[in-house]
Ligand binder design. Sequence first.
Ligand code: SF4
Ligand code: SF4
Length: 153
Amino acid sequence: MDDFDPADLSDERLAVRFSLDTCRDCGLCSKACPSTRHGGIDPRNVVRDLIAGEREENVWDCLLCYICDDVCPVDINLPLLITHLRYRSALEGDAPPRFVRGAKAFLKEGRGFPAGPRTAKVREEMGLPAMQNGDRAMRELGKVVSRTRFAHE
Ligand code: SF4
Ligand code: SF4
């Protein structure tokens, strides 16, 4: 896997890659978006802002639920576009601390949440086996996460 070239994440490149000129500005994506409903990201504004060369502020509020992708009549892959914008935001050091903490925990332990004695006790009570970290899986995970450079922010 090649490193992302930040130049490929320019508004102009993203607009071409995701065929944003085909957007009908119908608003179906925003109407269906659960995040928009609660004051978060507005997917139609993501498209509008990119075309206008303006920064979308709320990319980290997306739930990546893919509902907008389901309803878009011209098949613009908004969740993937937003993922690119998040990547750009992370490269610029703007990823919210909770995401960075989660990524670092994921890199270190293979999970994005702390799993201490309490978690072990609950699992035992539920009759679940103790959690294990597979060495090979962790090595592969480490490569993937470090290549994103997300954990270096
Ligand atoms: S993927 Fe993101 S932008 Fe699309 S509907 Fe879900 S929360 Fe909204
Ligand atoms: S649903 Fe698709 S065509 Fe309609 S505004 Fe959203 S991105 Fe544009």
